[in-house]
Design a protein around this ligand. Sequence first.
Ligand code: SAH
Length: 398
Amino acid sequence: MRNNHVVKLKPGREKSLRRRHPWIFSGAVASVESQPEPGATARVVTQSGEFLALAAYSPSSQIRLRVWSFNEEPGIDAAFIHGRIARSVMMRRQLGLLEDGGACRLVFGESDGLPGVIVDRYDRHLVCQFLSAAAEYWRDTVISALGELLSPLSIAERSEASARLKEGLQARRGLLRGSTPDAPVEFFAGGLRQLIDLGEGQKTGCYLDQNINRLRVAAYASGANVLDAYSYSGGFSIAALLHKAASATLIDSSADALNMAERQARLNGVADRCRYANANVPEELRRLRDSGQQFDLIVLDPPKFVSSAQQLKSGCRGYKDINMLALQLLHPGGVLATFSCSGHVSSDLFQKVVAGAAVDVKRDVQIIERLTQPADHPVALQFPEAEYLKGLILRCID
Ligand code: SAH
């Protein structure tokens, strides 16, 4: 299929494309022929007209084009998009993640060859995010492919991430297909029964990326008094309690999250061992420390502290601060599971920040495990930006 939108790159700016990186920044573009509408496909060529890629055009984003394919044929059409969705679904099926009653990420954007498209499955219900002009352009095709391949009871949209604004798109949410039950939908993942509220207008979403890590951390839980900082709906606590933890204290600034945690704790039969603190984590950790409390297992799973390169320094200070507090709250021999979901913070840097925290509070600490994102959040080798989640399980030896 020929395409009459042609984007020519500046001399030398094709290097990253030759390494198959899927983003082209605005500064690399020399000229745009027959202005494509947002999300439409353009042929990207070198200064001398040599074909490089077929990519979706996004006039308002710094990421001006996102590559669909490094091959000129067969071209980008509904069949192509359908094929990419089918491939993503098939890979999750091969991982054993499509079992009844389970949940997983079905599509993870660039790494699955679908820039800006995110799809999560909660049993028979799907939740999509369309976060780029490319994703928005093919939205109906994506939705109908998902309908055909999975016959879900509902497909909902939660396109609310800030990435959309950078693409010149407004936030949007709503039910796209089928109907959602009034009650939360139950699914089983990460070793526990979980709930998701799919109803419109209510807080929703689950952190599927931590499901395997919840089980890894729970392996250290037997007999432990657990502190779960940034608990959200309590996944780490409940997994730990199911692995014979003595108690769990959940801290979160969102009352809705803690209400959901309480419901999930009841569903899993562990509610009697949970305590809740609706509080700001750094303040609550300081209060606990100053009142002389100690814990055997602490989880620190904060929201993204670093969303841009400019926030790197202040974000790292934030990570260091909470890790210092957590280390001070650990019994000798205690275990800290500490995470960062900021893509801008590399695992090396994260380790350095945590090491700095241990030095400052004078604790001797070992790394006993390194954690990352699971197989349904793959990282395309030529797209390291997809790697965002990192965690360290540490033991305080003194
Ligand atoms: N550990 C959770 C996911 C954490 S997401 C899980 O396993 O599912 C981050 C959580 O941090 C959110 O629930 C958010 O409400 C909470 N949060 C963000 N800033 C906070 C703060 N300063 N103090 C307490 N909680 C905060």
